[in-house]
Design a protein around this ligand. Structure first.
Ligand code: DLL
Length: 433
Protein backbone atom coordinates (compact mmCIF):
# COMPACT_ATOMS: atom_id res chain seq x y z
CA UNK A 1 0.00 0.00 0.00
CA UNK A 2 2.49 2.58 -1.27
CA UNK A 3 1.19 6.09 -0.50
CA UNK A 4 3.57 8.19 -2.63
CA UNK A 5 1.96 11.55 -1.85
CA UNK A 6 2.68 10.96 1.86
CA UNK A 7 5.79 8.79 1.76
CA UNK A 8 7.77 11.02 -0.63
CA UNK A 9 6.39 14.36 0.59
CA UNK A 10 9.04 17.13 0.73
CA UNK A 11 10.24 17.51 4.31
CA UNK A 12 9.00 21.11 4.73
CA UNK A 13 5.47 20.01 3.86
CA UNK A 14 5.82 17.01 6.13
CA UNK A 15 6.83 19.30 9.03
CA UNK A 16 3.82 21.55 8.34
CA UNK A 17 1.55 18.51 8.36
CA UNK A 18 3.09 17.36 11.65
CA UNK A 19 2.61 20.77 13.25
CA UNK A 20 -1.07 20.87 12.27
CA UNK A 21 -1.64 17.37 13.60
CA UNK A 22 0.45 17.96 16.72
CA UNK A 23 -1.76 20.83 17.92
CA UNK A 24 -4.79 18.61 17.70
CA UNK A 25 -2.98 15.59 19.19
CA UNK A 26 -1.73 17.57 22.20
CA UNK A 27 -5.16 19.07 22.84
CA UNK A 28 -6.49 15.51 22.87
CA UNK A 29 -3.63 14.28 25.11
CA UNK A 30 -4.43 17.11 27.57
CA UNK A 31 -7.68 15.27 28.41
CA UNK A 32 -5.53 12.62 30.14
CA UNK A 33 -5.03 13.91 33.72
CA UNK A 34 -1.25 13.30 33.77
CA UNK A 35 -0.57 15.01 30.41
CA UNK A 36 -3.03 17.83 31.16
CA UNK A 37 -1.41 18.56 34.54
CA UNK A 38 2.08 18.58 33.00
CA UNK A 39 1.01 20.97 30.25
CA UNK A 40 -0.55 23.36 32.79
CA UNK A 41 2.58 23.12 34.94
CA UNK A 42 4.69 24.16 31.92
CA UNK A 43 2.24 26.91 30.95
CA UNK A 44 1.83 25.06 27.66
CA UNK A 45 -1.14 25.76 25.41
CA UNK A 46 -1.47 23.29 22.46
CA UNK A 47 -3.26 25.85 20.27
CA UNK A 48 -0.34 28.27 20.74
CA UNK A 49 2.23 25.80 19.37
CA UNK A 50 4.41 27.66 16.81
CA UNK A 51 6.98 25.04 15.84
CA UNK A 52 7.73 21.37 16.40
CA UNK A 53 10.63 22.29 18.66
CA UNK A 54 8.17 23.96 21.10
CA UNK A 55 7.37 20.39 22.07
CA UNK A 56 10.67 20.35 23.94
CA UNK A 57 9.22 22.46 26.74
CA UNK A 58 7.08 19.47 27.76
CA UNK A 59 8.22 16.77 30.15
CA UNK A 60 9.01 13.26 28.91
CA UNK A 61 6.57 10.43 29.51
CA UNK A 62 8.31 7.30 30.82
CA UNK A 63 7.32 3.69 31.29
CA UNK A 64 6.84 4.17 35.04
CA UNK A 65 4.16 6.80 34.29
CA UNK A 66 2.17 4.00 32.64
CA UNK A 67 2.82 1.67 35.55
CA UNK A 68 1.89 4.35 38.10
CA UNK A 69 -1.46 4.81 36.33
CA UNK A 70 -2.09 1.08 35.94
CA UNK A 71 -4.31 -0.15 34.48
CA UNK A 72 -6.37 2.52 32.71
CA UNK A 73 -5.26 5.91 34.05
CA UNK A 74 -3.51 6.97 30.82
CA UNK A 75 -6.45 6.30 28.52
CA UNK A 76 -8.06 9.23 26.70
CA UNK A 77 -11.15 7.24 25.80
CA UNK A 78 -13.65 5.40 28.04
CA UNK A 79 -12.79 1.74 28.43
CA UNK A 80 -16.17 0.61 27.13
CA UNK A 81 -15.59 2.43 23.84
CA UNK A 82 -12.32 0.61 23.08
CA UNK A 83 -11.87 -2.23 20.64
CA UNK A 84 -8.92 -4.00 22.25
CA UNK A 85 -6.33 -4.03 25.03
CA UNK A 86 -2.71 -5.10 24.62
CA UNK A 87 -0.05 -5.22 27.30
CA UNK A 88 3.69 -5.49 27.32
CA UNK A 89 4.95 -7.86 29.94
CA UNK A 90 8.13 -6.20 31.13
CA UNK A 91 10.49 -8.19 33.27
CA UNK A 92 9.72 -6.37 36.50
CA UNK A 93 6.60 -4.89 38.01
CA UNK A 94 3.19 -4.46 36.48
CA UNK A 95 2.58 -4.76 32.74
CA UNK A 96 2.03 -1.60 30.72
CA UNK A 97 -1.48 -1.53 29.34
CA UNK A 98 -2.15 -0.32 25.82
CA UNK A 99 -5.69 0.53 24.77
CA UNK A 100 -6.76 0.68 21.11
CA UNK A 101 -9.91 2.26 19.71
CA UNK A 102 -11.36 0.90 16.46
CA UNK A 103 -9.78 3.92 14.77
CA UNK A 104 -6.36 3.07 16.28
CA UNK A 105 -6.59 -0.46 14.94
CA UNK A 106 -7.53 0.81 11.47
CA UNK A 107 -4.57 3.25 11.47
CA UNK A 108 -2.22 0.56 12.72
CA UNK A 109 -3.37 -1.89 10.02
CA UNK A 110 -2.81 0.79 7.40
CA UNK A 111 0.66 1.71 8.69
CA UNK A 112 1.64 -1.94 8.93
CA UNK A 113 0.36 -2.53 5.38
CA UNK A 114 2.38 0.51 4.26
CA UNK A 115 5.42 -0.91 6.08
CA UNK A 116 5.03 -4.32 4.47
CA UNK A 117 4.68 -2.76 1.01
CA UNK A 118 7.80 -0.70 1.72
CA UNK A 119 9.62 -3.96 2.52
CA UNK A 120 8.63 -5.49 -0.82
CA UNK A 121 5.56 -7.51 0.22
CA UNK A 122 2.87 -7.47 -2.49
CA UNK A 123 -0.88 -8.12 -2.45
CA UNK A 124 -1.38 -11.84 -2.91
CA UNK A 125 1.81 -12.83 -1.06
CA UNK A 126 1.19 -15.68 1.38
CA UNK A 127 2.22 -14.43 4.84
CA UNK A 128 3.24 -17.01 7.43
CA UNK A 129 2.92 -15.17 10.72
CA UNK A 130 5.01 -16.69 13.52
CA UNK A 131 4.85 -13.66 15.83
CA UNK A 132 3.01 -14.51 19.03
CA UNK A 133 -0.73 -13.72 19.04
CA UNK A 134 -2.10 -12.36 22.29
CA UNK A 135 -1.19 -9.46 24.52
CA UNK A 136 2.05 -9.03 22.51
CA UNK A 137 1.41 -6.71 19.56
CA UNK A 138 3.54 -8.67 17.06
CA UNK A 139 1.00 -11.31 16.01
CA UNK A 140 -2.13 -9.21 15.58
CA UNK A 141 -0.15 -6.23 14.24
CA UNK A 142 1.40 -8.23 11.40
CA UNK A 143 -1.89 -10.06 10.85
CA UNK A 144 -4.06 -6.97 10.35
CA UNK A 145 -1.35 -5.31 8.26
CA UNK A 146 -1.07 -8.27 5.91
CA UNK A 147 -4.84 -8.48 5.51
CA UNK A 148 -5.07 -4.75 4.82
CA UNK A 149 -2.43 -5.13 2.12
CA UNK A 150 -4.43 -7.91 0.50
CA UNK A 151 -2.35 -10.88 1.59
CA UNK A 152 -3.70 -14.19 2.86
CA UNK A 153 -2.27 -14.87 6.34
CA UNK A 154 -1.41 -18.12 8.11
CA UNK A 155 -2.00 -17.11 11.77
CA UNK A 156 0.49 -19.60 13.15
CA UNK A 157 1.74 -17.68 16.22
CA UNK A 158 4.98 -18.78 17.93
CA UNK A 159 5.98 -22.29 18.96
CA UNK A 160 5.44 -25.79 17.54
CA UNK A 161 8.45 -25.27 15.29
CA UNK A 162 8.18 -28.57 13.42
CA UNK A 163 4.67 -27.64 12.31
CA UNK A 164 5.84 -24.16 11.32
CA UNK A 165 8.37 -25.74 8.96
CA UNK A 166 5.84 -28.16 7.49
CA UNK A 167 3.24 -25.43 6.85
CA UNK A 168 5.73 -22.97 5.37
CA UNK A 169 6.84 -25.69 2.94
CA UNK A 170 3.40 -27.21 2.19
CA UNK A 171 1.52 -23.92 1.76
CA UNK A 172 4.34 -22.21 -0.09
CA UNK A 173 4.61 -19.10 2.10
CA UNK A 174 6.36 -16.21 0.36
CA UNK A 175 6.66 -14.00 3.46
CA UNK A 176 7.76 -14.99 6.98
CA UNK A 177 7.08 -12.82 10.05
CA UNK A 178 8.96 -13.75 13.25
CA UNK A 179 11.50 -12.51 15.73
CA UNK A 180 14.98 -12.93 14.18
CA UNK A 181 15.97 -15.45 16.85
CA UNK A 182 12.86 -17.51 16.13
CA UNK A 183 13.43 -17.29 12.36
CA UNK A 184 16.77 -18.91 12.99
CA UNK A 185 15.18 -21.59 15.18
CA UNK A 186 12.80 -22.32 12.26
CA UNK A 187 15.76 -22.58 9.86
CA UNK A 188 17.50 -24.94 12.25
CA UNK A 189 14.43 -27.14 12.65
CA UNK A 190 13.98 -27.28 8.85
CA UNK A 191 17.57 -28.45 8.47
CA UNK A 192 17.04 -31.08 11.15
CA UNK A 193 13.90 -32.29 9.34
CA UNK A 194 15.70 -32.35 5.99
CA UNK A 195 13.35 -29.70 4.54
CA UNK A 196 15.10 -27.19 2.27
CA UNK A 197 13.14 -23.96 2.74
CA UNK A 198 15.61 -22.19 0.43
CA UNK A 199 14.25 -24.20 -2.46
CA UNK A 200 10.71 -22.89 -1.79
CA UNK A 201 9.09 -19.57 -2.69
CA UNK A 202 10.00 -17.73 0.57
CA UNK A 203 11.10 -14.28 -0.57
CA UNK A 204 10.85 -11.74 2.27
CA UNK A 205 11.22 -12.00 6.05
CA UNK A 206 9.94 -9.29 8.39
CA UNK A 207 12.00 -9.63 11.53
CA UNK A 208 11.94 -7.45 14.62
CA UNK A 209 10.85 -7.04 18.26
CA UNK A 210 14.43 -7.58 19.50
CA UNK A 211 17.92 -6.29 18.67
CA UNK A 212 19.81 -8.25 16.04
CA UNK A 213 22.99 -7.78 14.07
CA UNK A 214 24.08 -7.58 10.42
CA UNK A 215 25.87 -10.89 10.94
CA UNK A 216 22.59 -12.44 12.07
CA UNK A 217 20.85 -11.00 9.00
CA UNK A 218 23.40 -12.66 6.70
CA UNK A 219 23.00 -15.95 8.54
CA UNK A 220 19.18 -15.91 8.33
CA UNK A 221 19.25 -14.92 4.64
CA UNK A 222 21.66 -17.73 3.85
CA UNK A 223 19.71 -20.38 5.73
CA UNK A 224 16.19 -19.40 4.68
CA UNK A 225 16.85 -18.04 1.19
CA UNK A 226 14.97 -14.76 1.62
CA UNK A 227 15.61 -11.05 2.01
CA UNK A 228 15.60 -10.28 5.75
CA UNK A 229 14.01 -6.93 6.59
CA UNK A 230 14.25 -5.19 9.96
CA UNK A 231 10.91 -3.98 11.40
CA UNK A 232 10.63 -1.80 14.50
CA UNK A 233 7.91 -0.80 16.88
CA UNK A 234 6.77 -0.78 20.47
CA UNK A 235 3.42 -1.44 22.05
CA UNK A 236 3.19 1.84 23.98
CA UNK A 237 3.31 3.72 20.67
CA UNK A 238 1.43 1.27 18.41
CA UNK A 239 3.18 -2.08 17.95
CA UNK A 240 5.11 -3.25 14.86
CA UNK A 241 5.16 -0.85 11.91
CA UNK A 242 6.52 2.33 13.53
CA UNK A 243 9.52 1.89 11.23
CA UNK A 244 10.77 -0.57 8.59
CA UNK A 245 13.57 -1.01 6.06
CA UNK A 246 12.70 -0.69 2.39
CA UNK A 247 13.40 -3.39 -0.18
CA UNK A 248 16.17 -1.23 -1.69
CA UNK A 249 18.04 -1.40 1.63
CA UNK A 250 19.55 -2.01 4.03
CA UNK A 251 19.46 1.74 4.50
CA UNK A 252 17.81 2.19 7.89
CA UNK A 253 14.29 2.01 9.26
CA UNK A 254 11.85 4.38 7.53
CA UNK A 255 9.69 5.87 10.29
CA UNK A 256 6.24 7.22 9.53
CA UNK A 257 6.34 10.89 10.43
CA UNK A 258 2.78 11.63 9.35
CA UNK A 259 1.69 9.69 12.48
CA UNK A 260 4.56 10.27 14.91
CA UNK A 261 7.02 13.00 15.87
CA UNK A 262 10.47 11.55 16.53
CA UNK A 263 13.21 13.15 18.61
CA UNK A 264 16.63 11.87 19.61
CA UNK A 265 17.91 12.85 23.05
CA UNK A 266 20.89 12.28 25.26
CA UNK A 267 19.78 9.51 27.65
CA UNK A 268 21.58 11.17 30.56
CA UNK A 269 20.65 14.83 30.12
CA UNK A 270 17.54 14.67 27.93
CA UNK A 271 19.03 17.32 25.61
CA UNK A 272 18.46 17.08 21.84
CA UNK A 273 21.15 15.12 19.99
CA UNK A 274 22.25 16.34 16.52
CA UNK A 275 21.43 14.30 13.42
CA UNK A 276 23.92 11.48 12.89
CA UNK A 277 24.84 11.08 16.55
CA UNK A 278 23.66 8.29 18.84
CA UNK A 279 20.85 8.99 21.27
CA UNK A 280 17.61 7.69 22.75
CA UNK A 281 14.51 7.75 20.58
CA UNK A 282 11.57 9.77 21.92
CA UNK A 283 8.15 9.55 20.24
CA UNK A 284 5.01 11.69 20.32
CA UNK A 285 1.90 10.23 18.69
CA UNK A 286 -0.10 12.31 16.20
CA UNK A 287 -3.09 10.06 15.62
CA UNK A 288 -3.49 7.71 18.58
CA UNK A 289 -6.98 8.03 20.00
CA UNK A 290 -7.10 5.76 23.06
CA UNK A 291 -3.53 6.15 24.32
CA UNK A 292 -1.98 9.40 23.10
CA UNK A 293 1.70 9.67 24.04
CA UNK A 294 3.65 12.84 24.67
CA UNK A 295 7.43 12.62 24.31
CA UNK A 296 7.59 8.94 25.23
CA UNK A 297 11.10 7.76 26.09
CA UNK A 298 11.59 4.46 24.29
CA UNK A 299 15.00 3.68 25.87
CA UNK A 300 16.04 2.52 22.38
CA UNK A 301 19.44 3.79 21.24
CA UNK A 302 19.85 4.70 17.58
CA UNK A 303 20.87 7.45 15.12
CA UNK A 304 18.68 9.48 12.78
CA UNK A 305 19.14 10.65 9.21
CA UNK A 306 16.72 12.90 7.32
CA UNK A 307 18.40 12.39 3.93
CA UNK A 308 16.07 11.18 1.19
CA UNK A 309 16.44 7.42 0.65
CA UNK A 310 17.28 6.09 -2.80
CA UNK A 311 13.78 4.55 -2.81
CA UNK A 312 12.44 8.14 -2.90
CA UNK A 313 10.96 8.17 0.60
CA UNK A 314 11.57 11.32 2.63
CA UNK A 315 10.54 10.28 6.14
CA UNK A 316 13.42 10.05 8.57
CA UNK A 317 15.36 6.85 8.93
CA UNK A 318 16.79 5.22 12.04
CA UNK A 319 19.93 3.18 12.17
CA UNK A 320 19.40 -0.41 13.30
CA UNK A 321 18.56 -0.31 17.04
CA UNK A 322 21.67 -1.54 18.83
CA UNK A 323 19.79 -2.17 22.04
CA UNK A 324 17.91 -0.49 24.82
CA UNK A 325 19.74 1.78 27.21
CA UNK A 326 18.51 -0.51 29.98
CA UNK A 327 19.90 -3.62 28.16
CA UNK A 328 23.37 -2.18 28.06
CA UNK A 329 25.73 -4.05 30.32
CA UNK A 330 28.61 -2.24 31.95
CA UNK A 331 31.37 -4.76 32.46
CA UNK A 332 34.37 -3.37 34.29
CA UNK A 333 33.55 0.03 32.86
CA UNK A 334 33.07 -1.13 29.24
CA UNK A 335 29.62 -0.63 27.71
CA UNK A 336 28.42 -3.79 25.98
CA UNK A 337 25.24 -4.55 24.06
CA UNK A 338 24.38 -8.20 23.45
CA UNK A 339 23.96 -7.42 19.73
CA UNK A 340 27.63 -6.36 19.54
CA UNK A 341 28.66 -9.70 21.00
CA UNK A 342 26.34 -11.38 18.49
CA UNK A 343 28.13 -9.69 15.56
CA UNK A 344 31.42 -11.21 16.67
CA UNK A 345 30.03 -14.67 17.44
CA UNK A 346 27.95 -15.13 14.31
CA UNK A 347 30.89 -14.41 12.05
CA UNK A 348 32.91 -17.16 13.72
CA UNK A 349 33.37 -20.46 11.87
CA UNK A 350 32.29 -23.42 14.00
CA UNK A 351 29.82 -21.63 16.30
CA UNK A 352 26.03 -21.53 15.99
CA UNK A 353 24.17 -18.23 16.51
CA UNK A 354 22.76 -19.27 19.89
CA UNK A 355 24.37 -17.58 22.84
CA UNK A 356 23.91 -16.28 26.35
CA UNK A 357 25.78 -13.60 28.28
CA UNK A 358 26.13 -14.47 31.95
CA UNK A 359 27.32 -11.71 34.25
CA UNK A 360 28.36 -12.27 37.83
CA UNK A 361 31.03 -11.10 40.24
CA UNK A 362 34.44 -12.43 41.07
CA UNK A 363 35.27 -10.67 44.33
CA UNK A 364 34.44 -7.03 43.67
CA UNK A 365 34.92 -7.33 39.89
CA UNK A 366 32.30 -7.96 37.23
CA UNK A 367 32.83 -11.13 35.26
CA UNK A 368 31.32 -11.85 31.85
CA UNK A 369 30.96 -15.39 30.59
CA UNK A 370 29.74 -15.94 27.07
CA UNK A 371 28.17 -19.28 26.41
CA UNK A 372 27.94 -20.09 22.74
CA UNK A 373 26.81 -23.24 20.98
CA UNK A 374 28.96 -25.24 18.62
CA UNK A 375 27.71 -25.62 15.07
CA UNK A 376 26.82 -29.32 14.69
CA UNK A 377 28.15 -29.34 11.09
CA UNK A 378 31.21 -27.15 11.31
CA UNK A 379 32.60 -27.48 14.85
CA UNK A 380 36.23 -28.55 15.11
CA UNK A 381 37.34 -31.67 17.06
CA UNK A 382 37.06 -31.47 20.85
CA UNK A 383 40.81 -31.08 21.42
CA UNK A 384 40.68 -27.81 19.44
CA UNK A 385 37.88 -26.30 21.55
CA UNK A 386 40.11 -24.54 24.13
CA UNK A 387 41.99 -22.84 21.27
CA UNK A 388 38.72 -21.84 19.60
CA UNK A 389 37.31 -20.39 22.84
CA UNK A 390 40.50 -18.38 23.34
CA UNK A 391 40.30 -17.11 19.73
CA UNK A 392 36.72 -15.91 20.24
CA UNK A 393 37.79 -14.22 23.48
CA UNK A 394 40.56 -12.36 21.62
CA UNK A 395 38.17 -11.22 18.92
CA UNK A 396 35.68 -9.94 21.51
CA UNK A 397 38.45 -8.02 23.24
CA UNK A 398 39.69 -6.55 19.95
CA UNK A 399 36.26 -5.64 18.57
CA UNK A 400 34.32 -4.53 21.67
CA UNK A 401 37.03 -4.04 24.25
CA UNK A 402 35.50 -6.41 26.74
CA UNK A 403 37.23 -9.30 28.49
CA UNK A 404 35.08 -12.41 28.60
CA UNK A 405 35.44 -16.07 29.37
CA UNK A 406 34.04 -18.08 26.46
CA UNK A 407 32.37 -21.42 27.11
CA UNK A 408 31.53 -23.62 24.13
CA UNK A 409 28.32 -25.55 24.60
CA UNK A 410 27.10 -28.64 22.72
CA UNK A 411 24.53 -28.03 19.94
CA UNK A 412 20.94 -27.53 21.14
CA UNK A 413 21.80 -26.78 24.80
CA UNK A 414 21.01 -23.05 24.90
CA UNK A 415 17.28 -22.44 25.30
CA UNK A 416 15.40 -21.36 22.14
CA UNK A 417 12.52 -18.92 22.36
CA UNK A 418 9.48 -18.68 20.12
CA UNK A 419 9.36 -14.93 20.80
CA UNK A 420 11.98 -12.54 22.07
CA UNK A 421 15.23 -14.32 22.88
CA UNK A 422 16.71 -14.06 26.36
CA UNK A 423 20.35 -13.09 25.77
CA UNK A 424 21.49 -12.03 29.23
CA UNK A 425 21.52 -13.58 32.66
CA UNK A 426 22.72 -10.97 35.13
CA UNK A 427 23.51 -12.57 38.48
CA UNK A 428 25.20 -9.51 39.96
CA UNK A 429 22.20 -8.40 42.04
CA UNK A 430 22.15 -11.77 43.81
CA UNK A 431 25.95 -12.13 44.18
CA UNK A 432 27.53 -11.15 47.50
CA UNK A 433 29.54 -7.90 47.17
O1 DLL B 1 8.26 -5.72 20.11
C1 DLL B 1 6.56 -4.69 18.73
C2 DLL B 1 7.08 -5.41 17.54
C3 DLL B 1 6.53 -6.62 17.19
C4 DLL B 1 8.09 -4.85 16.76
C5 DLL B 1 6.98 -7.29 16.05
C6 DLL B 1 8.54 -5.51 15.63
C7 DLL B 1 7.99 -6.73 15.27
P1 DLL B 1 7.18 -4.50 22.60
O2 DLL B 1 6.99 -5.89 23.03
O3 DLL B 1 6.48 -3.41 23.32
O4 DLL B 1 6.75 -4.32 21.10
O5 DLL B 1 8.75 -4.22 22.63
C8 DLL B 1 9.26 -3.02 22.15
O6 DLL B 1 11.35 -4.11 21.50
O7 DLL B 1 11.32 -0.69 22.52
C9 DLL B 1 12.79 -2.27 21.34
O8 DLL B 1 13.58 -2.24 22.52
C10 DLL B 1 12.57 -3.70 20.91
N1 DLL B 1 12.47 -3.78 19.45
C11 DLL B 1 11.36 -3.81 18.69
N2 DLL B 1 11.71 -3.90 17.38
C12 DLL B 1 13.08 -3.90 17.33
C13 DLL B 1 14.04 -3.96 16.27
C14 DLL B 1 7.30 -4.99 20.03
N3 DLL B 1 13.69 -4.07 15.00
C15 DLL B 1 10.77 -3.02 22.25
N4 DLL B 1 15.36 -3.91 16.63
C16 DLL B 1 11.38 -1.78 21.64
C17 DLL B 1 15.74 -3.81 17.92
C18 DLL B 1 13.56 -3.82 18.65
N5 DLL B 1 14.88 -3.77 18.94
Amino acid sequence: MFEPEIETMPRERLAALQLRRLKRALAHAATVPLHGARMREAGFEPAALRSLSDLRSLRFTVKTDLRDHYPFGMLARPLASLARLHASSGTTGKPTVVGCSAGDIATWARLMARSMACAGVRPGDLVHNAYGYGLFTGGLGAHYGAEALGCPVVPMSGGNTEKQVALIADFGATVLCATPSYALAIAEEAERMGVDLRAGPLRVGLFGAEPWSEAMRAEIERRLGLKAIDVYGLSEIMGPGVGIECHEGPCGLHCWEDHFVFELVDPETGAAVPEGEAGELVVTTLSREALPMVRYRTRDITRITTERCRCGRTHLRLRRITGRSDDMLIIRGVNVYPSQVESVLVGFEGTAPHYLLVVDREGAMDRLTIEVELDPDAAPAADLHPRMAADIGHHLKAMIGVTARVVLRPPGTIARSAGKAVRVRDLRASAPR
